[in-house]
Ligand binder design. Structure first.
Ligand SMILES: [Zn+2]
Length: 449
């Protein structure tokens, strides 16, 4: 390659302009025309003339192509020219011209980085040649990583759909049922079912978990024992209060299938009369209102440690209250208001559902494709993702404003580097460069002399 002959400081920056317009976008927006996109990018290149920016003559125009995939002739030409080292910088009118899929976007940017090609989005002040541009890029790449992982969890969608249809989709076997060898289906184990009914009756009789646990220990009744696919023995432990509570609150016994907060009619036969099951739930709730029939209902504060009260400049801490004795309301309360009374803070508190939904919606703006799958994550997983993506949320209760700061360190980049290190194994002299050096075998690395 001829790259080596060029001196870094005099090197012209060869700029390629990529334009795209999908057929369904129509003409409702004037910037949509390919010519207008190109003109804007040309003007930008002109403004960088003193930096040595030059516009390449070749056009990369995809008229009538969607940005949802990478099946576009001009984009392919562009990537081919980049691979041949003919391009130093790519300009687009807006990021979505390059791609509407964050996953594809991340892939394209990866190619750019590999070939040391800068990327500029003209209208969005987004230029990877500058530190600010790289910062924004890192945010986008974080979301691309988010999408990639969430979408790989899309099988959860199928699980969700199956559960809504009342199908048992696997999981730990429970006392009273066996798993049908022909498919994921529960069949009643009559011998165990008798015990399950007895345990429910025993709880209503003893009116407490402790008494039942003791009685079960005396009788030598244990939790379900089963074999893993590899033939290992599992389960079969004596009952504890926790495992007993688990058993008593399991809706499967009432012939239902749980899915998150929903309950659906199950395919499997009920073991316990619905009436008995409900009596047990009521009694459990009366004895311990914090746990109820939905003992596993998660109440994870998504914004724990992230949410701040803007007027007071302090953290807002998650808390919950009981109204009418049963239903829990979660909210975040300003620490300043907690310490110095409500008059000390104009914001005081905000309903958790409201602020959390707002933040999740903003995440969805970046990662549109991943959002449907978001619903299928557990509360813990959702919280984990919010913590990874969002650095800080400032809530201004008086003005009704919310500001969100996203983490700029992209997990995508971290992952990339880790795999690279593993691949190379040995120490690298240029390890600390901003731009990762990939493909150890490639020649044509530009070297300053
Ligand atoms: Zn406050």
């Amino acid at each position: 390659m001829s790259k080596q002959q060029r001196l870094p400081d005099q090197r012209p920056v060869r700029c390629a302009i990529y334009t795209r317009k999908s057929s369904e976008e129509g003409l409702e927006q004037d910037f949509n025309s390919l010519d207008a996109q190109r003109a804007a990018a040309e003007a930008y290149i002109q403004s960088q003339k003193q930096e040595g920016w030059q516009c390449l003559r070749r056009h990369y125009d995809d008229g009538g192509f969607t940005g949802a995939n990478m099946d576009r002739p001009a984009l392919k030409n562009l990537l081919a020219d980049i691979a041949q080292g003919q391009v130093d910088c790519v300009l687009v009118y807006k990021v979505d011209r390059l791609s509407r899929s964050l996953l594809d976007f991340a892939r394209i940017i990866e190619t750019f980085e590999k070939h040391r090609v800068a990327f500029v989005s003209v209208t969005q002040q987004f230029n990877t040649a500058t530190s600010m541009g790289r910062l924004v890029l890192n945010v986008l790449l974080s979301f691309a990583q988010f999408e990639r992982e969430i979408i790989s969890e899309r099988t959860r969608d199928k699980i969700a759909a199956a559960r809504r249809k009342g199908k048992w989709v696997g999981g730990q076997p429970i006392l009273g049922y066996d798993v049908d060898a022909r498919g994921p289906r529960l069949v009643v184990n009559e011998e165990e079912a008798v015990r399950v009914r007895a345990i429910f009756a025993l709880y209503l009789e003893r009116q407490g978990l402790t008494g039942v646990v003791q009685e079960l220990a005396l009788r030598g009744w244990r939790n379900k024992r089963w074999q893993t696919r590899k033939g290992h023995e599992r389960g079969g432990k004596p009952f504890s209060k926790t495992s007993l509570h688990h058993l008593l609150t399991n809706v499967l016994y009432a012939g239902k299938i749980p899915y998150k907060k929903e309950v659906h009619e199950g395919e499997q036969a009920a073991i316990v009369e619905p009436q008995t099951w409900q009596q047990v739930q009521d009694l459990l709730r009366r004895q311990d209102p914090a746990k109820g029939s939905t003992g596993r209902l998660p109440s994870v504060a998504l914004l724990k440690g992230i949410l701040h009260c803007r007027p007071c400049g302090c953290a807002m801490t998650p808390t919950q209250s009981c109204k009418n004795g049963s239903k829990r309301y979660r909210y975040y309360v300003c620490l300043n208001a907690l310490k110095h009374g409500p008059q000390a803070c104009p914001a005081r508190s905000v309903a958790a559902a409201v602020i959390e939904e707002f933040v999740v919606e903003r995440i969805g703006e970046f990662a549109r494709e991943a959002l449907p799958a978001w619903e299928t994550l557990t509360a813990e997983e959702q919280a984990g993702w919010v913590q990874r993506l969002v650095q800080r949320v400032d809530y201004d209760g008086a003005a009704g404003k919310v500001a969100i700061a996203f983490h700029t360190a992209s997990p995508w980049r971290r992952t990339g580097r880790r795999t690279q290190e593993r691949r190379n194994g040995d120490e690298q002299a240029h390890d600390h460069r901003v731009r990762p050096e990939r493909s150890p075998g490639s020649e044509g690395k530009t070297q300053a002399r």
